[in-house]
Design a protein around this ligand. Structure first.
Ligand code: 5GP
Length: 140
């Protein structure tokens, strides 16, 4: 992310220009917070099934399978389309968390999906992994 910022003085005739290169700073301070930011910050409720230092997993509000979960990283990336070499570990980390969660729950068959961009069906621009299964969670 490279964003040009201009700061104008009170008279409006001079300005300072600088570039922001750090995507996480940009996202946390300037970009609109998504519904998943608000779930992560406990500003809106969700049916949470798993949490650790890196990820939060909760039930999708409009399930498309018997079990439909969303695995959301705590480090913000908007979409698979925005993954860089610095954040390329995040999709793999989500897959490993989903795999471990499935093993712990005794779920043997499931689908994992990333929707990428509006054309790929992505509605919430906070990277997340869909976990869908026709098997039930132990606790549900
Ligand atoms: P996407 O289409 O962006 O890959 O998926 C976003 C998912 O988030 C959708 O399946 C949608 O049902 C789910 N979702 C949207 N808003 C909420 C919400 O407020 N709470 C929960 N738990 N899921 C949501």
């Amino acid at each position: 992310m490279n964003v040009e910022c201009r700061i104008w003085n009170v008279g409006g005739t001079q300005h300072t220009t600088f570039n922001i290169l750090h995507s996480s700073w940009y996202s946390s301070s300037m970009e609109e917070r998504t519904i998943f930011h608000k779930i992560l910050d406990r500003e809106i409720p969700a049916s949470i099934v798993y949490e650790d230092d890196e990820v939060l997993a909760f039930k999708d509000i409009h399930p498309k399978a018997t079990t439909h979960l969303l695995f959301v990283p705590k480090h913000f990336v908007a979409s698979i389309a925005d993954v860089t070499p610095e954040t390329a570990h995040i999709p793999g980390m989500l897959i490993l968390k989903a795999q471990k969660f499935a093993q712990e729950q005794g779920i043997r068959g499931y689908k994992l999906t990333f929707h990428v961009g509006k054309g790929g069906g992505q509605e919430v621009f906070y990277l997340h992994l869909h976990f869908l299964s026709e098997e039930l969670l132990i606790s549900s």
